[in-house]
Design a protein around this ligand. Structure first.
Ligand code: ATP
Ligand code: SKM
Length: 296
């Protein structure tokens, strides 16, 4: 198959966005500051409940009900998923009116959780979620990312990636986009992503290597390494380190940075792998809020 015949124009099948429904950003009104205060109070209450419930759940865990559906096990800790959901919902409600319908673009290294966290954020905001890699595959008649790299080369993939970001930024508001890990390397892509708010999921390379070693590198062609050998974790870590050297700096263009190490110490956990995707999404909303405040 020739590259030229396979490259199609994009067709998006997601629901049409109601442009006239965008909420204006209420600036400087008394109701605005009252609402912020009230939301902060509710979040503080919900956070206090969350911490209390975590401690209580840890105590209860040793004696009873390890299968309770209200508890979600993650690493060494047991979280009350209900309370997490409540904090997430409050945060999303708090930030949404001030987004003015702007979209969010999640950037980060392969395996950083852009898809996982992005879906949670989109649901909480009532936004539509898009995965950029999936859009490219659809535009190439279902050809997988790995096959695109193999048959057409990385440059064709990068062209399609830019086209996808351009279309998303021009055609849509109120979407959360999980971008490909390499979307940050082309300056033109930032022109499109800066039409919305870009969010960098900054995850330590060791944690990324662990996740990738667990799921394999089949869908991540840049991590394939048939030559060096070694165990999957070491191979992934070596490849990620090389990629990071080349593009680590580019991620700092993002509007907001979500550092998993910072959240881990803020919540008093031992390891970034103790964090749930919902906790990361909550932090993302907080960082977006800080960005919007600074922007004002
Ligand atoms: N907070 C988390 N804790 C543990 N595992 C996670 C977390 N977030 C995501 N994962 C796991 O890591 C893997 C990669 O996640 P995900 O696909 O969301 O990342 P991504 O940034 O979209 O990756 P890519 O850019 O390579 O498509 C998945 O197996 C997912 O289940
Ligand atoms: O980091 C990268 O360059 C990539 C990440 C994936 O999401 C895909 O976009 C593709 O495999 C390239």
């Amino acid at each position: 198959m020739k590259a030229a015949t396979a490259i199609q124009t994009f067709h998006y099948s997601s629901p049409c966005i109601e442009w006239r429904n965008f909420e204006g950003k209420p600036r400087g009104s008394v109701r605005y500051s009252q609402r912020i205060k009230e939301n902060k109070r509710l979040i503080a209450i919900a956070s206090a409940h969350l911490q209390h419930d975590k401690r209580r759940d840890l105590r209860q865990r040793s004696v009873s009900d390890k299968n309770s559906s209200a508890l979600l096990e993650t690493g060494n800790l047991v979280h009350s998923s209900f309370d997490e959901e409540l904090v997430l919902k409050r945060k999303a409600e708090e930030v949404k009116p001030y987004l003015n319908g702007r979209s969010m673009y999640l950037v980060g290294m392969m395996g950083s959780g852009k898809t996982t966290v992005g879906k949670i954020m989109a649901k909480a905001l009532g936004y539509t979620f898009f995965d950029c890699d999936t859009l490219i595959e659809e535009a190439m008649n279902g050809t997988s990312v790995t096959e695109i790299f193999e048959h057409f080369g990385e440059s064709v993939f990068r062209e399609k990636e830019t086209e996808a970001l351009k279309n998303l930024s021009l055609m849509y508001h109120q979407v959360v986009v999980s971008t490909g890990g390499g979307a940050v390397i082309r300056p033109i892509n930032w022109n499109y992503m800066h039409k919305g708010i870009s969010i960098w999921l900054d995850v330590p390379l060791e944690a990324l290597a662990q996740r990738i070693a667990a799921v394999g590198t089949n869908s991540r062609p840049l991590l394939h390494d048939d030559e060096s050998g070694g165990d999957p974790y070491t191979v992934a870590l070596n490849r990620l380190s090389t990629i990071w050297e080349a593009r680590g700096e580019a991620y700092t263009n993002a509007s907001a940075r979500i550092s998993l190490e910072n959240i881990t110490s803020k919540l008093g956990y031992r390891n970034v792998s103790d964090l749930t995707p919902t906790e990361i999404a909550i932090e993302a909303f907080e960082q977006v809020q800080s960005f919007l405040n600074e922007e004002d």
